[in-house]
Design a protein around this ligand. Structure first.
Ligand SMILES: [Zn+2]
Length: 492
């Protein structure tokens, strides 16, 4: 939460794939009074003379006779009331005299008059130089900070809202991106960067244009200036790209796990599309995109139609010292109407054991635990347990990137006992790209442009997650807590 007084954390809990905040936390931050409301069986929240009432079990809040709908009903867990995060943007402003704005994608709540400049970036090639132009609206005080391979533009602001779609990745400028959780933009240089110079000018009516003039080593091929459509990112060969990855990057190796394979076909669509085929298609494209865009090493757990045991997939990630593990699947349901993408991270029950009863699709999940298998699972399970919090962060980032591009299931982020995740000794998620058992989704999953959207969403998520890790390392920011309230079950 960002206000004129600075930044304060607002813990978020995920219950049934839904993000909640505790009313007690909001009460502290906004000086609210919270009491049970006997008439509605819910809870009343007051500030001064204003009161709003949340009914139990209903996704509604009444504010001075007006009813506002919420994404989910409030929950009472261990005598603590939880409200879905959209309460903050939709209901809280009625109680608080200041502006309260929920920026979900940025994981920000802005309170009062705080500044978050909008920045549109583009790049131009002219006369052997590359120029990156950043239009900043409104003008916002800023500083530059150079480090090897990177120029950091820091704003005196609560955050920054960046659009860098018009900066294709090249071997001069590898990328321009906002550092999540910070009011800063990183311009990452590529291997042909030689030097840079910054300048700025007013941008009428109410902005500043910041230009970064970059000289390059070697000749640049003539390229039309200011492309109107974003050209394909120019990819380095993977071996080279890996060499140029910033040494300090918190993500150097990513393991992509195309689900199933060989004898295990996975789910099958009504027209006969096999999950194993779609998963491998998307995984291969994702590998190429991650390598060229981020310069990371990407290992596939299978690069053909082969049978690979689940435990070996996680072991491959561990042996390759992967920083991230992403398992790619397509979902199945007996309900043909089930549609939309879902993102999973591992769930454990209160004893730290993988859950025993299985939601669908059972095929991808843990077998019943018993005998020797139990011992093995418990050992493996220790690996992922340490990373659950980070896995949750990654899962939420993937969910929001997917949501911007493809239809989502009503339960977009979930925890489930997927066996392939249990042994992964790094943040690990499983992405169900859609329900292949639904005819329409089967068609989409086979469509090249749809696959491209999925790939883009996953690439952006890894970019965002890397930025998040970098932001956290320098600022010691604690990640938003993913914790389930004690005693809260896995989503059904
Ligand atoms: Zn699967």
């Amino acid at each position: 939460m960002v206000s004129a007084e600075g930044r304060r954390p607002l813990p978020v809990r995920v219950v049934n794939g839904q993000e909640y905040v505790a009313l007690a936390d909001l009460a502290d931050l906004f000086a609210l009074t919270v009491r049970d409301d006997s008439r509605s069986g819910g809870v009343a929240v007051s500030r001064g003379t204003r009161t709003l009432v949340l009914a139990a079990n209903r996704p509604l809040v009444s504010v001075a006779g007006r009813v506002v709908s919420l994404q989910a009903p409030p929950l009472q867990v261990d005598r603590t009331w939880l409200v879905p995060v959209d309460f903050v943007g939709r209901a809280l402003p009625a109680l608080v005299d200041a502006r309260v704005e929920l920026r979900r994608a940025d994981r920000l709540v802005l309170v009062g008059d705080v500044r978050v400049p909008r920045v549109v970036a583009r790049s131009e090639v002219a006369g052997g130089r590359v120029r990156v132009v950043l239009d900043v609206v409104p003008p916002t005080e800023h500083t530059f900070e150079s480090s090897p391979g990177r120029l950091l533009l820091r704003f005196v602001a609560a955050g920054v809202d960046l659009n860098a779609d018009a900066v294709p990745a090249s071997d001069v400028v590898a990328g321009v991106r906002a550092l999540e959780g910070r009011a800063a933009i990183a311009i990452d240089f590529g291997p042909r960067y030689a030097a840079h110079r910054t300048s700025e000018a007013p941008l009428p009516p109410d902005g500043t244009r910041v230009s970064i003039e970059i000289t390059t080593s070697g000749d640049l091929p003539p390229t039309p200036a200011a492309p109107t459509t974003t050209p394909e990112p120019k990819a380095l060969p993977p071996e080279l790209a890996a060499l140029f990855a910033p040494a300090a990057s918190p993500i150097r190796t990513v393991v992509i796990d195309p689900g199933h394979g060989g004898e295990e076909e996975g789910a099958r669509g009504p027209s006969g599309t096999l999950e194993k085929t779609v998963a491998l298609n998307v995984a291969r494209q994702l590998k190429a995109a991650l390598e060229s865009r981020l310069g990371v090493r990407v290992v596939l757990t299978r690069d053909g139609d082969e049978t690979v045991p689940l435990d070996r997939r996680a072991a491959m990630a561990n042996n390759n010292r992967a920083d991230l593990f992403i398992s790619i699947h397509a979902n199945a349901s007996v309900r043909r109407s089930a549609t939309g993408a879902e993102v999973f991270f591992l769930s454990l029950d209160a004893d730290g054991q993988p859950d025993h009863d299985l939601p669908e699709p059972a095929a991808d999940m843990l077998p019943a635990v018993g005998g020797e298998r139990a011992v093995e699972l418990i050992l493996w399970e220790m690996a992922q347990v340490r990373h659950l919090e980070q896995s949750a962060v990654l899962a939420r980032m993937i969910e929001s990137q997917l949501r911007a591009r493809v239809p989502m299931s009503p339960r977009a982020v979930q925890q489930a006992p997927f066996r392939v995740l249990v042994g992964a000794n790094m943040p690990a998620v499983l992405v169900e790209m859609g329900f292949i058992t639904n005819g329409q989704e089967e068609t989409r999953l086979n469509d090249a442009s749809y696959q491209q959207r999925l790939v883009q969403a996953l690439v952006e998520s890894v970019v965002g997650y890397r930025a998040y890790l970098e932001g956290r390392t320098t600022e010691g920011r604690t990640p938003p807590g993913p914790a389930r309230p004690p005693g809260e079950g896995r989503p059904r």
